[in-house]
Design a protein around this ligand. Structure first.
Ligand code: TRP
Ligand code: SF4
Length: 400
């Protein structure tokens, strides 16, 4: 199998909290060892909703990168960069906007949903409508094959796939395509050429998806083929024209078990978060003042963990033994709520301490962080430039 290229981004609109850590970052940590990963700060996306409070974005960008690094994102395994430092994203966004039907954007469910949810802001802007197309540009410019996202982002990835398909359909046609594809097959060498023909027939004649997959992998691995020939061979496999932009797949981030201090999903808008930078005495205070099962008015009243937000944190932080102690102790009024909260406090503090120590080191030496990001931007730009050269070419913008 050809190596997957993973791309994902986060909007810098405030401090990261334990919900981000358990929901997104832990998933990134795992992926960075399995695939080629690109992670970026989506500052332009943040501006679509925060255009009137740019200071929030400015404040959050570096803190966010520091939190990623402190959480264990390793610049040796993942490329970390900032969207606005790779202006090619904007160029591709503009070019894609030429061929994207307005109705495709208007019917993306997040468009109306978010407008209603954030009704205190005027989001009937051009930029906000284009949000998912900018996201498509982010993804397509790197030919990413996998995009880890939460469920709410799935329609954006589906739009991206449709845009790529339409783009390839319109711009993948070239004069003499078949002859060029046949010539490219010959460049594979006899053995591989025969294999390619065999797998192409298996897919086109009997819909053999496995054959399609192995043929794609074989093409991606060829070192001596030009990019153009690779695109021709990929397209010819399926019977179309050149495949210039790759249709990405989404990789659903496993639903986070992280609940907030009030039993709802942890989220800034519910004001129920523990941030990654939370001073540890505040962590203790926040957990100590968490609501518990309302049936436990007096210490002697039995309760039910199923009705208590503290229990949801035990599910994340406690082992079976402690969980058994909570279940029994709560239902029999054998333990008090203060006692019950202590292992959760200890668990959160044990998790945050090394993260905060590493964050403090990075915060003390901002040049390290700036260098990591500068290097990441450089790497990203190199990839982005390559795609843009081709895109400009097929869109008739390469004036000699
Ligand atoms: N829209 C994403 C979010 O709010 C952030 C994002 C922007 C993104 N561009 C992306 C995610 C590209 C994945 C790929 O979470
Ligand atoms: Fe919640 Fe624990 Fe109190 Fe039971 S004992 S109500 S689980 S805090």
């Amino acid at each position: 199998m050809a190596v997957e290229r993973v791309l994902s981004g986060m909007r810098p609109t405030g401090q990261l909290h334990l919900g981000h850590y358990h929901g997104v970052l832990k998933n990134w940590l795992k992926l960075q060892h399995e695939c080629e990963c690109l992670f970026f700060v989506a500052d332009w996306h943040a501006l679509t909703t925060h255009y009137d409070t740019p200071e929030i974005i400015e404040e959050s960008v570096w803190d966010m990168v520091i939190d990623w690094l402190a959480a264990g994102i390793d610049p040796a395994s993942a490329t970390i960069f900032i969207q606005s430092r790779v202006p090619e994203h904007a160029e591709l966004h503009t070019l894609l906007s030429m061929m994207t039907p307005l109705s495709w954007l208007e019917r993306v469910p997040t468009y109306k949903d978010q407008q209603e949810k954030l009704s205190n802001k005027d989001l009937s802007t051009y930029g906000f409508l284009g949000y998912p197309l900018l996201q498509s540009a982010d993804i397509l410019i790197y030919k990413a094959t996998q995009v880890p996202v939460g469920e709410d982002q799935v329609p954006h990835i589906e739009l991206t796939r449709e845009v790529a398909r339409r783009f390839n359909h319109i711009y993948g046609k070239e004069k003499g395509f078949e002859e060029k594809a046949e010539a490219a097959i010959k460049k594979l060498g006899n053995k591989r050429a025969a294999l390619y023909e065999e797998m192409r027939a298996a897919y086109q004649e009997s819909g053999d998806e496995e054959a399609l997959e192995s043929a794609r992998a074989m093409i991606q691995e060829q070192q001596n083929l030009s990019l153009g020939d690779k695109e021709r061979l990929l397209g010819y496999l399926e019977g179309g024209g050149k495949i210039i932009l790759i249709e990405p797949e989404y990789k659903l981030t496993p639903a986070s078990k992280m609940y907030g201090l009030d039993g709802q999903k942890m989220s800034k808008s519910y004001n129920n978060t523990i941030s990654l930078r939370e001073p540890l005495d505040v962590v203790t205070k926040k957990i100590k003042t968490m609501p518990t099962d309302p049936a436990r008015i007096r210490r002697t009243d039995p309760g039910d963990p199923a009705k208590c937000p503290v229990w949801q944190l035990h599910e994340v932080y406690s082992n079976d033994e402690v969980k058994g102690w909570v279940q029994n102790g709560c239902k029999s009024a054998g333990i008090g709520c203060i006692e019950c909260k202590q292992p959760v406090i200890d668990g959160v503090i044990a998790e945050l301490t090394p993260i905060q120590n590493r964050a403090a080191e990075y915060a003390e030496d901002p040049t390290i962080v700036k260098n990591i990001v500068a290097e990441g931007c450089e790497k990203a730009r190199k990839l982005a430039r390559e795609t843009m050269r081709e895109v400009r070419d097929v869109m008739g913008l390469n004036y000699g």
